[in-house]
Design a protein around this ligand. Structure first.
Ligand code: ADP
Length: 507
C-alpha cells in the first residue's frame, strides 16, 4: 500500500460525475417528457379535426337523397353530376347521382365502376355511405351511398380536407410527420422530419367514421440537439462549483483539526519532556543532597563532642544543625517523591486494543504538510491481516511522531540525497508475540559513538535539540510492555528504528 495523494481528487471527481450526471439526466428526462406530452396533445387534436371532417362528409352524403329534383338538361342514362358545394366544402371535388336504370359514367375506369357497384351493394345493407375507392398517395377518395332507387357518389380531395386554419402545428416547420394510412397506402398530410438517431414517439388511431376507415398516424423523432443543453451545462458547472466550495471547507476543517492535534501533541510532548527533565534533575540532585545530609550530621556530632576552652554556643549550634538536617531531609524527600512520580509513566491502566497501521496512518496524516514541504516520499507497507496490538493511543502517537520527526530532521541535512521514508509493519518472528514497526530514512545515519548514547537523556547532536525524544519514547514503549531500539546498521543509507508492541491477544 502506498501513501498517495491522488486518491482524494479522484473521489471528488467521481462525486461530481455522479451529481452532474444525475442532475443533467433528470433535466433531459424532464424535457423528453414535456416533448412527448406536447406530441400527444397535438396528435389528439389532429385526430379530432380529421374525424370531424370525415363525419361531415358522411352528413353531406346523407343529405344528398333529399335534393330530389333532377338536374335540368341532363338526358343521358348515365349518372349525372350534381352542383358542387365549393364554398362550404372545397374538398368535395365531384358529386354524382345515379338514377334507377342508369349506370356509373362510362369514362370511369372499369375498376372504379366495379368498386362503386360493390360499395353500393354494401351501402344498401348498412344504410350509410361506404368507401368505394381510395387512392391515398394521390389524395383521392370515392364514397358511395345507396338509396331506394337512386345512388350517390362523392369524390374527396384529401389535401383540401385538412383544416389548416385550425391545425395545431406549423406544417412547414413542425418535425411531426402526419399520415393517413389504409391497406398499405399512405397519404402524407405533413412531411415533418425523419431521423435515424435520438428518441421516437408515435400515435395511431382510426378516424371516427365508418365510411373513411383511415388510420391517423403521427410520428415524432427527437434529436440530441433538442435536449436542454444550456440548463444541463449550467447544472454541471454549478455542481462543480458547489463541490469545490465543499471541498475547500472540508480542507479547512482538516487543516484546523491537524493544527489542533499537533498543538496537543506538542503540549503532551513538552509535559512529558518536563517529566523527563525532572527525572534527570532528581538523579543529579539526590547525591549531593545525601552528601550534605551526611556531612551536616557529622558536624553536629563533632560539635557535641568537642571540649575546647570557650564553650561553644552549643544550644544555638545544635538548633541550627537540627534545622539543616530537617531541611536537607525534606529536600531529599521531595526530590525522592518527584523522582518516583516521573521516573516511569504507568500506562498499564490506559492501554487498549488498537490497530497499529491506523495509528501510523493518523501520524502520517498529521505530518502530511511537513512531508510535502520537504519533498519526502513515504512508503507504508502493512499486511492487511496484521493482528491488533495493546497500546496507549496518545503515547503510541507520540512515539511514532518522534520517530518520524527525527527522520525528517535527519534528512534535512544537505548531504542526504533522495529523501525517502519507509514505514514497515510486520509480525515478529516466532513465537510471534509482538508486532514490529520499522521506521527507516535516507538521512546520514547514526555514528558508532553516537549509538551508545542515543537513548540517554539529554544526548543530542542537534543545536536546538533537547535530547529527550528518544529516551522518552523508550520509556513510553517499555511502559506499554514494548520496546524501542536502533536497528543494527544495514546495507542501505540512513537510520532504522524498531518499535515493538505486544499483541492484544497472545497466541
Ligand atoms: P533530539 O531530537 O532533541 O536531538 P532525540 O532523543 O530525539 O533528541 O534524538 C537524539 C539524537 O539521536 C539526535 O540528536 C540525533 O543525533 C540522533 N538521531 C535520532 N534519530 C535519528 C535519525 N533518524 N538519524 C540520525 N540520527 C538520529
Amino acid at each position: 500500500m502506498t501513501f498517495s495523494h491522488w486518491r482524494r481528487p479522484l473521489t471528488w471527481l467521481l462525486a461530481w460525475a455522479l451529481v452532474a450526471g444525475a442532475g443533467t439526466g433528470w433535466l433531459a428526462h424532464a424535457r423528453l417528457l414535456a416533448l412527448e406530452d406536447a406530441f400527444t396533445v397535438d396528435a389528439r387534436i389532429v385526430h379530432r379535426l380529421l374525424s370531424q371532417r370525415a363525419v361531415q362528409h358522411d352528413a353531406v352524403m346523407a343529405m344528398l337523397p333529399l335534393l330530389q329534383q333532377p338536374v335540368e338538361g341532363h338526358s343521358s342514362n348515365a349518372a349525372m353530376p350534381l352542383p358542387r358545394l365549393p364554398a362550404a366544402y372545397p374538398q368535395i371535388v365531384e358529386i354524382l347521382r345515379r338514377l334507377p336504370g342508369s349506370t356509373w359514367p362510362a369514362d370511369w375506369p372499369q375498376g372504379l365502376r366495379t368498386a362503386a357497384d360493390a360499395a353500393e351493394a354494401r351501402s344498401l345493407q348498412s344504410g350509410h355511405a361506404e368507401l368505394a375507392q381510395a387512392e391515398l398517395p394521390a389524395g383521392k377518395v370515392w364514397l358511395v351511398l345507396a338509396g331506394r332507387n337512386t345512388a350517390h357518389a362523392l369524390q374527396l380531395d384529401l389535401q383540401t380536407t385538412v383544416p389548416w386554419d385550425e391545425w395545431p402545428m406549423d406544417a412547414g416547420t413542425s418535425p411531426v410527420r402526419v399520415h393517413l394510412q389504409y391497406q398499405g397506402q399512405a397519404f402524407e398530410v405533413q412531411a415533418g422530419r425523419r431521423l435515424t438517431y435520438g428518441w421516437h414517439y408515435d400515435f395511431h388511431k382510426l378516424l371516427a367514421s365508418h365510411s373513411q376507415p383511415f388510420d391517423v398516424v403521427l410520428e415524432r423523432d427527437v434529436s440530441w440537439s433538442e435536449l436542454p443543453w444550456a440548463a444541463m451545462l449550467a447544472w454541471a458547472a454549478a455542481s462543480a462549483a458547489a463541490l469545490a466550495v465543499l471541498r475547500a471547507l472540508l480542507r479547512q476543517r482538516v487543516a484546523a483539526r491537524r493544527a489542533e492535534e499537533l498543538l496537543r501533541l506538542g503540549q503532551v510532548s513538552r509535559l512529558n519532556q518536563l517529566g523527563e527533565l525532572a527525572a534527570g534533575m532528581a538523579h543529579e540532585l539526590n547525591q549531593p543532597l545525601t552528601a550534605l545530609l551526611a556531612s551536616t550530621q557529622a558536624a553536629q556530632r563533632l560539635l557535641g563532642k568537642d571540649g575546647s576552652d570557650e564553650e561553644p554556643d552549643l544550644d544555638t549550634a545544635r538548633h541550627a544543625m537540627d534545622q539543616a538536617v530537617a531541611q536537607a531531609r525534606r529536600a531529599s524527600a521531595v526530590v525522592g517523591r518527584l523522582r518516583r512520580v516521573v521516573e516511569r509513566p504507568d500506562l498499564s491502566g490506559q492501554v487498549q486494543t488498537l490497530a497499529l497501521a491506523a495509528a501510523v496512518h493518523d501520524a502520517l496524516h498529521l505530518l502530511e504538510p511537513e512531508l510535502r514541504r520537504r519533498g519526502i516520499t513515504v512508503q507504508l507497507d502493512a499486511p492487511a491481516d496484521l493482528p491488533a496490538v495493546r497500546a496507549e493511543p496518545v503515547a503510541l502517537q507520540q512515539i511514532i511522531h518522534n520517530l518520524v520527526m527525527n527522520a525528517l530532521q535527519a534528512m534535512d541535512q544537505p548531504e542526504s540525497g533522495q529523501r525517502r521514508l519507509w514505514l514497515t509493519l510486520s509480525l515478529m518472528r516466532p513465537p510471534s508475540t509482538r508486532v514490529l514497526l520499522s521506521v527507516r530514512d535516507t538521512g546520514p545515519g547514526v555514528t558508532p559513538e553516537a549509538r551508545a548514547h542515543l537513548f540517554t537523556p539529554f544526548y543530542t547532536t542537534r543545536p536546538d535539540g533537547l535530547g529527550l525524544g528518544l529516551s522518552l519514547s523508550e520509556s513510553l514503549a517499555q511502559a506499554m510492555g514494548g520496546d524501542l531500539s536502533l536497528a543494527p546498521p544495514g546495507d542501505g543509507p540512513g537510520a532504522e528504528f524498531h518499535l515493538q508492541l505486544p499483541l492484544a491477544q497472545q497466541p
